[in-house]
Design a protein around this ligand. Structure first.
Ligand code: EPU
Length: 339
């Protein structure tokens, strides 16, 4: 039996977005089970309006007023099944907390998510921007994404290929952002642990003791806590800019001018460390009104208290301008601005 949809109007979202912006939703509802989505669709048919799906609210920059309906996805669930002698399928509800899922998978002897520890947000939001950290991207661990297809009005599984994952990008973020509601994510996890240690900072943090899944998990948590602000203490949305990808030509020119430039080879050229570019402009710790550049990681903008979307936009523009002037490179914001 499906619980009927509870709708609220003029609902405060300040506690539901990690930037802590004082947004108010015109309408708000919570989805606890996939079968409530049909009701949601019926309601939207009778009252046509924009729909914003909310997970952990950790990648959002909201305006003061959010027109239309905000639906917070709180679908729970944890189902494991054997895939092969070496791998297990784990299907997790979209509303489960990401970090708790990583922790629980390791406790159950299922490996592959350790490097993605402590990323804020929910399981269902993870594929939208293909979360990644310390040498692992979500796309490397996914076997399917379960969605409610709003066009076909049915639940179905999308293969990883169909999700068109890219660097902090996917079908859900930039190709068909309106069409699907993610209800669960299925991971393919290994019974045998293989450490992914391509990220130098992680190797260094692990030192010389034997590498276990728990030690990788703990080390990733420690590195993140050292560099990144805890959104429950200081409002932020993680990396505010993507690391820009530039051509090999431009990379060579920049490397010639700036010897210590931090860059990694990428399929389309070179990925530059945006944090380094911003840092070089002397912006670490810089603030404008209620928003600042985090002193320990220049890639993160933080709410110094009472920030509104306009304050974030103003500082973001300033950062973009400085980086553009000095390096001729355009920084693209990572979080979603809504509306
Ligand atoms: N750097 C500076 N100054 C700074 C920040 C960075 O010089 O203020 C330099 C660092 O010394 C390092 C390089 O820039 O040599 C890269 O920095 P870091 O290793 O901290 O990683 P990042 O490129 O800034 C990316 C992701 C993070 C992810 C880390 C680790 C993006 C946009 N960000 O950050 O993801 O945790 O790598 O893999 O790709 C997020 O998306 O919200 C996020 C935190």
């Amino acid at each position: 039996m499906t619980d009927s949809l509870q709708l609220r109007s003029e609902y405060p979202l300040q506690e539901l977005n990690t930037f802590g912006l004082p947004a108010v939703a015109e309408y708000y509802t919570e989805i606890h089970a996939a079968d409530q989505l049909e009701q949601l669709e019926q309601w939207l048919k009778r009252h046509p309006m924009p729909l914003l799906l909310l997970g952990g609210g950790s990648n959002l920059v909201l305006a003061d007023r959010v027109p239309g309906l905000v639906a917070r996805i709180l679908i729970r669930g944890w189902h494991r099944s054997d895939l092969s002698a070496s791998h297990v399928r784990l299907r997790v509800g979209a509303g489960e907390n990401w970090h708790a899922t990583v922790e629980k998978s390791i406790e159950q002897g299922l490996y592959g998510l350790e490097n993605l520890a402590l990323i804020p947000g929910t399981v269902g939001a993870a594929p939208v921007q293909n979360i990644g950290a310390y040498g692992v991207e979500l796309k490397d661990r996914i076997s399917a994404v379960e969605v409610f297809d709003r066009q076909e009005q049915c639940l179905r599984d999308l293969s990883p290929e169909a999700c068109r994952f890219g660097y902090r990008d996917s079908l859900f973020k930039s190709i068909e952002p309106e069409r699907y509601i993610i209800t669960a994510v299925e991971f393919s996890l290994a019974r045998q642990f293989t450490a992914e240690l391509s990220y130098a900072g992680l190797r260094e943090g692990l030192g010389h003791d034997p590498v276990t899944p728990k030690r990788v998990f703990d080390t990733v948590c420690r590195i993140r806590r050292e560099k990144l602000p805890d959104p429950t203490e200081i409002g932020n949305a993680g990396s505010f800019f993507k690391n820009p990808v530039v051509s090999a030509d431009l990379y060579q020119q920049l490397k010639h001018r700036f010897e210590s430039l931090v860059a990694y080879p990428d399929t389309d050229g070179y990925k530059l460390a945006a944090g380094w570019l911003i840092d070089q402009c002397g912006l670490k710790g810089f603030s404008l009104e209620h928003v600042g550049v985090y002193p320990r990681q220049a890639l993160v903008l933080v709410n110094l208290g009472a920030a509104r979307r306009e304050d974030i936009e103003r500082l973001a523009r300033h950062v973009q301008q400085m980086v553009q002037e000095r390096f001729g490179v355009r920084l693209e914001p990572e979080p979603r601005f809504y509306p």
